[in-house]
Ligand binder design. Structure first.
Ligand SMILES: Cc1cc2nc3c(=O)[nH]c(=O)nc-3n(C[C@H](O)[C@H](O)[C@H](O)COP(=O)(O)O)c2cc1C
Length: 229
């Protein structure tokens, strides 16, 4: 079948994937218009979901006061996280910039109903965790849509979910999946911050693709994604 997308459209999608970044430090602070925010939320809401259950919910946080409280929660969790490492790694960890909670004008807390009414349980009998997976698919849609809108997104997981639960009045039976910092950026970094800061490298595709069985290796698998494009 001939693809429904032209070569240029296909290239644009791969380009958006390659140039998406997790943004922490480059937020410009410019306001995000409601209609742009709605477009990226709509992209999120068009994600696949187990049984079409759409278990996600997006809490948009613009209030500086609330973002200050989220930032305080991040600082507490981050100080705890640093204690997991030996002295040398801890000092490297402490130098990393791991959030943009106050610099990004919008926060989006993404939650998941682990036992949604919608979808009549389809697919969750064997894999109940697929509700969470669906929610993460929604986040990825949002992240890519944001990238083409010129908006950076930074995923903050270094925060106790129960602190977000209390702050944002999230019911006990609803899971906190992510807190996203969203805003226009001065620029998008060419490579992942954690690569630049020598914390970790992006593994080659060959390392993660198996054939026929777990560990069944190909000699090489070529990648068409070029982060520097
Ligand atoms: C589930 C998840 C949680 C993450 N949590 C954090 C976080 O708490 N702080 C942070 O700075 N980056 C966080 N990140 C961003 C990753 O560090 C980032 O995606 C990775 O280094 C690759 O960089 P890139 O997204 O720019 O390609 C998270 C990403 C994911 C998918």
């Amino acid at each position: 079948m001939t693809p429904d997308f032209s070569a240029a459209e296909r290239a644009a999608l791969y380009r958006a994937i390659a140039l998406r970044r997790d943004v922490r430090a480059e937020f410009s602070g410019d306001p995000v218009p409601d209609e742009v925010l709605e477009r990226i939320l709509d992209a999120a809401h068009h994600a696949p979901s187990v049984g079409l259950s759409q278990p996600w919910r997006f809490i948009v946080v613009r209030s500086l006061e609330t973002r200050r409280s989220v930032h305080d929660a991040f600082r507490r969790a981050n100080a705890e996280a640093a204690t997991d490492y030996d002295a040398q790694t801890a000092s490297q960890y402490e130098a990393l910039r791991l959030q943009g909670i106050l610099d990004a004008p919008v926060g989006i807390c993404v939650t998941c109903d682990d036992d949604p009414q919608r979808g009549n349980g389809l697919g969750r009998r064997t894999m109940p965790e697929t509700a969470r997976y669906s929610t993460v698919c929604a986040i990825q849609n949002l992240w890519l849509a944001a990238r083409v809108e010129g908006l950076g997104v930074g995923w903050v997981s270094i925060v106790e979910p129960d602190e977000l639960r209390t702050l944002l009045e999230i019911p006990k039976d609803v899971a906190v999946v992510a807190y996203l910092c969203v805003g226009y950026v001065t620029h998008f970094a060419p490579v992942a911050d954690l690569e630049r800061d020598r914390w970790e490298t992006r593994a080659p595709l060959t390392d993660v693709v198996d054939y026929e069985r777990y560990g069944g290796r190909a000699v090489t698998v070529s990648s068409a994604i070029n982060e520097k494009a």
